[in-house]
Design a protein around this ligand. Structure first.
Ligand code: G6P
Ligand code: BGC
Ligand code: BGC
Length: 890
C-alpha cells in the first residue's frame, strides 16, 4: 500500500522541475522554429483582448462537452453589468456519436440546434453562433479552426485536419431550417477565461479541469511567433494535455499511469492530461485498487470506467469521504473493512493531490512566463477555472490554490470559478467576431470595387484594342483616347551604331544629362556617364522659358564637369510626354502630364524650345538630332541587347507603351512598306469615357485633385504618381467608417500625396514583419494596431494588383495586335521595361506577366528590364540618325 502511494507522491522539488520543463515546452511551442515538434502546442486563438464590457447582442452558443452538448441563447446587454439572459438545453452525447463518423457528429449538433430553436417558438430565423470545441485545433481566424487531433473519448474519423467551422456550417446549411452563421470558434479554456466578470479586475488565464485538462492565457503577441502580430496581446491555448508525450514526464509516471494510458482511446497521447483529467482519475484509482485487493478482485473492479471520478473526489472530503468510500467499494462487489475504506481514502487523496500538484506546476509555469515576458516584478491576475474536477468540493481545488502560490511566488493569483460554464465567454467572443464580420463586409464592399475579374480584364484589353485601331486610322483618329503617335523610328538598333552623344532624359523621377559613347561590342559596347539634376516643382509648373533655361544650365554644368564644353555633339532628347512628331527632330507637345504644367509649351515644338534656350545661353555646340519618348528610348535600349524587343513599356511616375506597327496600318502617315514605332500614349486611354465603368469613387477623387483633371485616366489607375494617393483615399474612407485607426485619421494622413507609392512597395515586401508595417504607418503620425496594419497592407495589395492587371491587359492588347498584324499562330516578342513601380514593387512585374499570359496565350512574351534608362536609347537613335544623315550626304 505505502509503496503504491509512494509512486504517486510528488515533492515540491519535483513539482518545481515539472514547472521548469513545462516552461521549456511552452517556449518550444511559441517559437517558429520548434513549434511543429512541440508537445505543448501553444496555439494562437486570434483573441486580442479580454472583454471590456461593451460587447452586446444576442447570440447562439453551442458547447460540445464530454457527455453532453449544450445549446444556449445568450444576450449581452452591453452595459457595465453585462446582464446575460440564458435559455439553454442539454443533449446527451453518446459513445456512438463520439466515435462514429465525423459527419454524424456535426449532423447531430445541427439537429440539436434546430430542436432548441423550435422550442423557443421564435419568429426569428437569423442567428449568429459561437462554437465551443474543446479539442486541439490550429486556428487561423476567429471563424476558422482545423482539428489537429481528437482527445478524450472522441475519435470520429474524417475530421482531423479539417476546419470544424466549415463542417458545422455545412451541417447546419443541410438542415435548411434556420439561417445560422457560425462566426466564432473557441476552445473551452478561452470561453472560460472570457466568461470571467470584467469588473473583478483582469482575468488573463483560463483553466479547465474537466474530463480533460487545458489552459489558455493572454500572451504578448511578439512572443507568439506563429502569428505575424507584434503589438498587443494574443490569447494562446497551451494544449498542455499533451505535455510529456515526448517522454518529458517519464520519470514521474507510475505503473498505474501506464495501465490507464494503455486502456485509453488514444494510447501514448495526452500523458499530462491522463494524470489530471476527470476521465482518468477514477481509472488510476481503479488500477491501484486492483493491486490492493489482489486475490479479492471482482468483475466490476476489473471493468474499465466503473470507478467514477466524482466519487473519488468526494472520498477526499474529510466529512463524507469514508462513507462514500464504503459505498463505492461495496458497489464494486467488494467485501470491505473500515481499514479498506481508510486505505481507499488515502489512495483517492494521493491521486487527487498529485493531479492538483501537476496542474499547479503547469499554472505556475504560465504565470511566471507572463510575469517575466511582461517584464514585471509582480503579476496580479485572476485565473478563471471551470470543469467538474475543480468544481467538486474536494482536496483538488484547495491543493491547487496553495501550491500555485508556492510555485509562482512572484504572482498574486485569485482562482475564480466560472459560474455558468463558458457560455458567456463564447458569447463575448462571438460579439467581437460579429463586429469584425460586419466590418469585414464593409471592407469587402469597398475593395470589391477595385477587384477585376478575368472577364473585366478581357474587356479592358478589347477596349484598348478598339481605341488603338481608331487612333491609327486617319478618319477616326480624333475619336480615340489613345493617340498612337508616329515616332519616325523605323528600325531597332543593329549594332553598327558608333560615336559619342549627349542625351537628355526628362519626365521621370530624375532629370538626367548623359554622355553616351557607343563603340563596337569588342570595345565594350555602350559606355555611359551621367549626372542627375533636380527639377523643382516651381520650375516644372512655372513659365516654359524658365524650364528650358534650367535644362540648358544643367547641360552646361554637365559639359563643364566633363571638360567638353567645346565639343560639338549630337544630342538625343528623351522627353517623356505626348508629342506629335513630323520628323525625328521635331515634336509638338500635345499636353503636359504627371507633375508638369509649364506654361507656353503645349502646342510648341519642344526641340525648338530647347534650341531657343541654347541660343539664349549662347551655347551653339549642340546639335539636337532626335526627340524620343521614354518608351521608345527603353525599347531601343533593350533592343540593343535583344533583337526581339519590339515593345517599350514604362510603369513609373507615369505609364505608357510603344511598339512596332506595320506602316500600312498607320493611316495618319503615307507609306505602306515596313514598320514604324508608334508611341501609344496609353496613359490617356479612357479620357473619352470608354473606361468610366471601371473608375471607383477613389479614382474620381484622385483625378479631380490632380494637375490635369479628366486627362490621363488610365495612367491614374496604374502609375506611381497616383497609387499612393488612391490608397490614402481608401484609408480615409475606412477610417471615416470607424474600421481603421479607431476612426481617427492623423492630420498627416489628411494631407494629399503624403502616402507615397514607395510605401506600397515596402509594405508589400515579402518577409516584412508587421512591426515594420506599423513603423511605416507611425511615420505618418498614425497610432496603429496590428489589425490596422494588416488592413492597410490589404488595401495596398488590392490597389497595386489592380494596377498591374490593368497594365497586363494593355500589354496583352499590344502583343496580340502585333501577332495578328503578322498573321502568326504564335508570336515570340520581348518587351523592354523601365520605371520605378515596375522595378521596385515586389509583386507588380509578376502580376503584369501573369495577366499577359492569361489574356494573350498565343504570345510568348519576355520582359526585359532596361538597365540604363531610356537615355541610352535616345543616344542610339541619335546615332542611327547621324549614320543615315552621313549616308544621305555621301
Ligand atoms: C526611364 C527613363 C525615364 C523614364 C523613367 C520612368 O528609364 O530614363 O525618362 O521616364 O524610366 O521611370 P520613373 O519611375 O522615374 O518615372
Ligand atoms: C483538449 C483541450 C481541452 C481540454 C479540456 C483536452 O483534451 O485537447 O482542447 O481544452 O481537453 O476540455
Ligand atoms: C507620358 C508619356 C510617358 C509616360 C511614362 C506619361 O505621362 O504622357 O509620354 O511615356 O508618362 O513616362
Amino acid at each position: 500500500m505505502q509503496s503504491s502511494l509512494q509512486t504517486l507522491c510528488l515533492s515540491l522539488e519535483t513539482l518545481r522541475r515539472v514547472k521548469d520543463r513545462m516552461l521549456e515546452a511552452m517556449e518550444r511551442g511559441l517559437s517558429h522554429r520548434t513549434h511543429d515538434q512541440a508537445t505543448v502546442r501553444m496555439l494562437p486563438t486570434f483573441i486580442r483582448a479580454i472583454p471590456d464590457g461593451t460587447e452586446r447582442g444576442e447570440f447562439l452558443v453551442l458547447e460540445l462537452g464530454d457527455t453532453e452538448l449544450r445549446v444556449l441563447l445568450m444576450e449581452l446587454s452591453g452595459d457595465t453589468c453585462q446582464k446575460v439572459t440564458v435559455k439553454e438545453r442539454h443533449f446527451p452525447v453518446t459513445d456512438a456519436i463520439m466515435q462514429g463518423p465525423g459527419e454524424k457528429l456535426f449532423a447531430f449538433m445541427a439537429t440539436c440546434l434546430c430542436e432548441f430553436l423550435d422550442g423557443l417558438r421564435t419568429r426569428r430565423t437569423h442567428f449568429e453562433l459561437g462554437f465551443s470545441f474543446p479539442f486541439s485545433c490550429r486556428q487561423t481566424r476567429l471563424d476558422q479552426s482545423y482539428l489537429i487531433s481528437w482527445t478524450k473519448r472522441f475519435k470520429c474519423p474524417g475530421v482531423e485536419g479539417r476546419d470544424v467551422v466549415e463542417l458545422l456550417q455545412s451541417a447546419i446549411n443541410k438542415q435548411a431550417r434556420y439561417n445560422i452563421k457560425v462566426i466564432a470558434v473557441v476552445n473551452d479554456t478561452t470561453g472560460t477565461m472570457m466568461s470571467c466578470d470584467a469588473s473583478a479586475g483582469p482575468c488573463e488565464v483560463g483553466l479547465v479541469v474537466d474530463a480533460g485538462t487545458n489552459s489558455c492565457f493572454m500572451a504578448e503577441a511578439r512572443h507568439v511567433e506563429m502569428v505575424e502580430e507584434s503589438e498587443g496581446r494574443m490569447g494562446v491555448v497551451t494544449e498542455w494535455g499533451s505535455f510529456g508525450d515526448n517522454g518529458a514526464l517519464n520519470d514521474m509516471l507510475s505503473p498505474y499511469d501506464h495501465q490507464v494510458d494503455q486502456g485509453s482511446v488514444h494510447p501514448g497521447k495526452q500523458r499530462f492530461e491522463k494524470m489530471i483529467g476527470g476521465l482518468y482519475l477514477g481509472e488510476i484509482v481503479r488500477h491501484i485498487l486492483v493491486e490492493l485487493f489482489s486475490g479479492r478482485t471482482t468483475p466490476a473492479l476489473l471493468t474499465k470506467g466503473l470507478v467514477q471520478t466524482q466519487d473519488i473526489l468526494e472520498i477526499t472530503n474529510e466529512q463524507v469521504g469514508l462513507a462514500t468510500a464504503q459505498r463505492v467499494l461495496r458497489a464494486l462487489g467488494l467485501e470491505v473493512s473500515d481499514q479498506d475504506c481508510f486505505s481507499m481514502q488515502q489512495v483517492c487523496t494521493a491521486v487527487c493531490i498529485r493531479a492538483a500538484g501537476l496542474c499547479a506546476a503547469g499554472l505556475a509555469a504560465i504565470l511566471s512566463h507572463m510575469c517575466s515576458n511582461r517584464e514585471l516584478t509582480r503579476l496580479k491576475t485572476s485565473v478563471a477555472v471551470d470543469g467538474a474536477v475543480f468544481r467538486a468540493r474536494s482536496k483538488f481545488s484547495q491543493t491547487l490554490q496553495q501550491l500555485v502560490k508556492q510555485l509562482a511566488p512572484e504572482c498574486e493569483v485569485t482562482l475564480v470559478q466560472s459560474d455558468d460554464g463558458n457560455g458567456k465567454g463564447i458569447a463575448m467572443v462571438t460579439a467581437v467576431a460579429s463586429r469584425l464580420a460586419a466590418q469585414r463586409l464593409q471592407v469587402n464592399q469597398t475593395l470589391a470595387l477595385l477587384q477585376l475579374s478575368p472577364d473585366a480584364l478581357g474587356k479592358v484589353q478589347a477596349l484598348l484594342r478598339r481605341e488603338m485601331e481608331l487612333g491609327l486610322k486617319k478618319e477616326t483618329h480624333a475619336m480615340s483616347s489613345v493617340r498612337m503617335l508616329p515616332t519616325y523610328i523605323c528600325a531597332t538598333p543593329d549594332g553598327s551604331e558608333r560615336g559619342d552623344f549627349l542625351a537628355l532624359d526628362l519626365g521621370g523621377t530624375n532629370f538626367r544629362v548623359l554622355l553616351v559613347q557607343v563603340g563596337s561590342r569588342e570595345q565594350g559596347g555602350v559606355q555611359i556617364v551621367s549626372e542627375v539634376y533636380s527639377i523643382p516643382p516651381n520650375v516644372a509648373q512655372g513659365p516654359g522659358t524658365q524650364l528650358f533655361d534650367h535644362i540648358v544650365e544643367c547641360i552646361v554644368d554637365f559639359q563643364t564637369k566633363q571638360g567638353m564644353m567645346d565639343h560639338t555633339l549630337p544630342l538625343g532628347f528623351t522627353f517623356s510626354f505626348p508629342c506629335q512628331q513630323t520628323s525625328l527632330d521635331q515634336g509638338v507637345l500635345l499636353s503636359w502630364t504627371k507633375g508638369f504644367s509649364a506654361s507656353g509649351c503645349v502646342g510648341q515644338d519642344v526641340v525648338k524650345l530647347l534650341r531657343e534656350a541654347l541660343k539664349r545661353r549662347n551655347h551653339f555646340a549642340l546639335d539636337v538630332v532626335a526627340i524620343v519618348n521614354d518608351t521608345v528610348g527603353t525599347m531601343m535600349s533593350c533592343g540593343y541587347d535583344d533583337l526581339n524587343c519590339e515593345v517599350g513599356l514604362i510603369v513609373g511616375t507615369g505609364t505608357n507603351a510603344c511598339y512596332m506597327e506595320e506602316l500600312r496600318n498607320v493611316g495618319t502617315l503615307a507609306g505602306e512598306e515596313g514598320r514604324m514605332c508608334i508611341n501609344m500614349e496609353w496613359g490617356a486611354f479612357g479620357d473619352n469615357g470608354c473606361l468610366d465603368a471601371f473608375f471607383t469613387p477613389f479614382d474620381r477623387q484622385v483625378d479631380e485633385a490632380s494637375l490635369n483633371p479628366g486627362r490621363q485616366r488610365f495612367e491614374k489607375l496604374i502609375s506611381g504618381m497616383y497609387l499612393g494617393e488612391i490608397v490614402r483615399r481608401i484609408l480615409l474612407e475606412l477610417t471615416a467608417k470607424g474600421i481603421l485607426f479607431r476612426g481617427r485619421p492623423s492630420p498627416k494622413l489628411q494631407t494629399p500625396d503624403i502616402f507615397q507609392t514607395k510605401f506600397l512597395s515596402s509594405i508589400e515586401s515579402d518577409g516584412l514583419a508587421l512591426r515594420q508595417v506599423c513603423a511605416i504607418l507611425e511615420e505618418l503620425g498614425l497610432h496603429v494596431t496590428s489589425e490596422d496594419s494588416v488592413l492597410v497592407r490589404e488595401v495596398c495589395q488590392v490597389v497595386a494588383r489592380r494596377a498591374a492587371q490593368l497594365c497586363g491587359a494593355a500589354v496583352a492588347a499590344v502583343v496580340e495586335k502585333i501577332r495578328e498584324n503578322r498573321g502568326l499562330e504564335q508570336l515570340v516578342v520581348t518587351v523592354g521595361v523601365d520605371g520605378t513601380l515596375y522595378k521596385l514593387h515586389p509583386h507588380f512585374a509578376q502580376q503584369v506577366q501573369e495577366t499577359v499570359r492569361l489574356l494573350a496565350p498565343r504570345c510568348s512574351v519576355t520582359f526585359l528590364q532596361s538597365e540604363d534608362g531610356s537615355g541610352k536609347g535616345a543616344a542610339l537613335i541619335a546615332a542611327v540618325a547621324c549614320r543615315v544623315a552621313r549616308h544621305q550626304r555621301a
